[in-house]
Design a protein around this ligand. Structure first.
Ligand code: SAM
Length: 231
């Protein structure tokens, strides 16, 4: 009964994991992982009281209070050293917020954890944070569910930081290789949006030429990626 989106996240959690699910809401992900025997210990972190209570109710209802602890905390502050967390999941938020949570909560990471991140938008910010903090992307997925396109980024800590190109940061190093129709669809939509913005700006006589050129460059970059992905 888990969404395809969260099931895809679950697929990247290793056996017997100790998982901190940050922004857990109903704690569906850690509960599912426990029921599948994938999770030996879990934290369901929530910064808002309502969702935190949802998590507590769900964990109780599924009889998992011995293994999953709901915690009311901001971001990675839900993680304590004695939890020995080896997997952090942050799903269903914007990429800017995910990067902010990682940045603010670095003291709660030991740089040994696998990060499984599911930004709804703004994936660029997530990949750039990973690059700047010596996490290497291991896998990426893109999927459509209920009319929304979701990306999942799986990263492990590495000794030597990886450098991604600007195009890889924006579109995803693995997604560029995979050439999924969902990727093409997502970026065709963005291209159409940019086309409208450009047309509107061109009609508004006082729009700055540099700004128009910037949008056109973005549009052309997307065009190239779509062409490559459809080869
Ligand atoms: N992770 C679940 C999923 O993917 O279905 C729930 C996603 S829900 C849209 C986002 C949740 O993140 C909300 O419940 C919100 O309260 C929580 N959240 C937002 N900022 C947070 C933060 N800084 N720390 C912990 N939780 C946060």
């Amino acid at each position: 009964h888990l969404s395809n989106r969260l099931q895809t996240v679950a697929d990247f959690v290793k056996a017997d994991a100790r998982v901190a699910d940050i922004g857990s809401d109903h704690a569906y992900l850690p509960v599912h992982l426990a029921q599948q025997g994938q999770l030996s210990y879990g934290i369901a972190g929530e910064v808002v009281r309502g969702p935190y209570e949802n998590a507590a109710v769900e964990i109780q209802a599924e009889g998992l209070t011995d293994r999953i602890i709901p915690r009311l905390a901001d971001g990675l502050a839900a993680i304590q050293p004695e939890d020995h967390i080896d997997t952090v999941t942050i799903c269903g938020m914007g990429g800017t917020l995910i990067a902010k949570i990682l940045e603010a909560g670095q003291a709660h990471l030991t740089h040994t954890e696998r990060l499984i991140l599911q930004p709804n938008v703004g994936e660029y910010n997530v990949r750039r944070w990973l690059q700047n903090h010596a996490y290497e992307i291991q896998a990426e997925r893109i999927l459509e569910e209920d009319g929304h396109v979701y990306e999942i980024i799986v990263a492990d800590p590495v000794a030597t930081p990886i450098t991604y190109t600007p195009v890889e940061l924006k579109f995803g190093p693995f997604l560029l290789q995979e050439k999924s129709p969902v990727l093409q669809q997502k970026w065709r939509r963005e291209q159409a949006r940019l086309d409208q913005v450009i047309t509107t700006m061109q009609q508004a006589k006082n729009a700055p030429a540099a700004k128009i050129a910037e949008f056109q460059a973005q549009r052309d970059q997307i065009q190239e990626v779509i062409l490559n992905a459809s080869k």
